[in-house]
Design a binder for this molecule. Structure first.
Ligand SMILES: Cc1cc2nc3c(=O)[nH]c(=O)nc-3n(C[C@H](O)[C@H](O)[C@H](O)COP(=O)(O)O)c2cc1C
Length: 298
């Protein structure tokens, strides 16, 4: 058994990528029941009661292990959340968006393991040094938040990181089927984290409008939107395309990050464009989580 599978405890090394505040215990349980590692996305969630309810609901639906994602710099409630997770028997978390230095001693003190999400080589080395038990290494093709730096794609990043760290690596970014899964393993990763493909799954709680934005996304149909100190990968829509073509418009001033959650929940992508990875271009039908995972690991 690989080191990553030992940490996850799932049948397959296929991790559900957290998506902002988009949570549905049924989706988490569906991933677990299909052999993957389901995850609650707790990056922004501060309501401890709601977190306890979600954990209970997942537990009622599956006896398989599941985890949760914490966004280090975004959530002052992280320590409390970790305690709740540990008490509920959650053994593995992922951490992202911040320095892992302070949070890993707490994770280990609670008897848990953590995988830190690294968006480039230097962050990956720092996270391994800071005590992360494993890494989710996410190339520039991924959906979600990105740095403002020039970034490498997974074809470069995964082998580079794997050559320099001793901890296991899961590859995140552009994996949507068995070809991507096998490519990630060939590059040295022990598993994968899946964002956009699961976001558009039948059981995903994303709105129909969001799923359609992914299904209709052409090659080259995503871009990086600057948001203060970071970028976010989003799917280009007609309104955004107009703005991108206007030389007088500074895109960093056009959208407010505070509207992101509202827009993504409601499907109002003029308010804030839909999130999605480059791999959206190759996703053309909605499938169940079970079908996605079975095909992926086949
Ligand atoms: C809309 C969107 C929101 C995301 N939100 C988070 C998040 O809250 N925390 C996190 O660690 N990663 C987040 N991610 C990254 C995913 O969990 C995953 O690593 C990434 O999507 C992998 O790339 P893929 O979309 O090509 O599969 C997000 C991705 C997307 C598409």
């Amino acid at each position: 058994m690989s080191e990553l599978l030992k940490i996850l405890g799932s049948r397959y090394p296929v991790i559900q990528g957290p998506i902002g505040e988009l949570n549905d215990p049924k989706m988490v349980a569906a991933v677990c029941e299909a052999g993957g590692f389901g995850m609650l996305a707790l990056g922004f969630t501060r309501e401890l009661g709601a977190i306890k309810e979600m954990i209970t609901e997942v537990r009622e639906l599956t006896d398989k292990p599941f985890g949760a994602n914490l966004m280090i710099a975004m959530n002052p409630a992280n320590e409390k959340i970790l305690e709740i997770l540990a008490e509920a028997g959650v053994k593995t978390v992922t951490t992202s968006a911040g320095s892992p230095k302070k949070i890993y001693p707490k994770i280990h003190e609670l008897g848990m393991k953590g995988l830190h999400v690294a968006l480039d080589f230097s962050f990956a080395l720092k996270a391994a040094e800071a005590g992360a038990d494993g890494l989710v290494v996410s190339g520039c093709e991924s959906g979600g938040l990105r740095t403002l730096n020039p970034e490498s794609s997974n074809m470069v990043l995964i082998p580079l990181v794997c050559d320099h760290v001793k901890v296991p690596v899961a590859a995140a970014g552009a994996v949507a089927d068995s070809r991507g899964y096998r490519a990630a393993l060939a590059l040295g990763a022990q598993g994968v984290q899946i964002g956009t493909r699961f976001l558009s799954a039948a059981e995903s709680p994303a709105s129909q409008a969001w799923k359609e934005a992914i299904l209709n996304c052409p090659d080259g149909g995503t871009t990086l939107l600057p948001l203060g100190g970071m970028n976010v990968r989003i799917i280009i829509n007609p309104r955004l395309a107009e703005k991108m073509n206007d030389p007088d418009i500074d895109l960093s001033q056009e959208y407010n990050m505070m509207n992101m959650g509202k827009a993504w929940r409601s499907g109002d992508f003029d308010l804030f464009p839909a999130g999605g990875g480059q791999v959206s271009a190759s996703i053309t039908e909605i499938k169940s989580v079970k079908d996605i995972i079975e095909e992926m690991v086949s």
